[in-house]
Design a protein around this ligand. Structure first.
Ligand SMILES: [Zn+2]
Length: 124
């Protein structure tokens, strides 16, 4: 096993863990909701290439959520872990923005479901 191989293996490992944390962010932000990939929609999670998906969908989030995103980024830049960064948002307008976003998604799912059941059955 030469040094090159070791370096490459380490870089791939790093890349993978960055991809995993990007996927974690994407899931917290429910970016799958904005994705047009059928498999992401079905899985309620990002199933594609996480970086590409993240870059494409973050700008589509409501403006209030950009605050959440900025708060997390700032905390992480200060050396906080992902969990610590999330904790930093608790009780702030950033947490409120994220909650509203998840409520909006839940409402939209509910509305879609009631339209479907009206179409297919006579009783609710
Ligand atoms: Zn996707």
């Amino acid at each position: 096993m030469d040094d090159d191989f070791e370096t490459r293996r380490r870089l791939i490992g790093q890349r993978k863990s960055i991809d995993d944390s990007i996927r974690g962010w994407a899931d917290v932000l429910a970016l799958w909701r904005l994705c047009r990939e059928a498999k992401c929609m079905r899985a309620h999670a990002c199933c594609g290439e996480p970086r590409r998906c993240f870059r494409a969908h973050v700008p589509l989030l409501p403006e209030s959520l950009q605050v959440w995103f900025d708060t997390i980024s700032a905390a992480q830049q200060d050396g906080a872990s992902f969990d610590e960064a999330i904790e930093d948002t608790l009780g702030t307008i950033a947490e409120d923005a994220l909650q509203r976003w998840h409520i909006a998604i839940a409402m939209s799912d509910l509305a879609a479901r009631s339209v479907t059941s009206e179409d297919t059955s006579n009783h609710v």
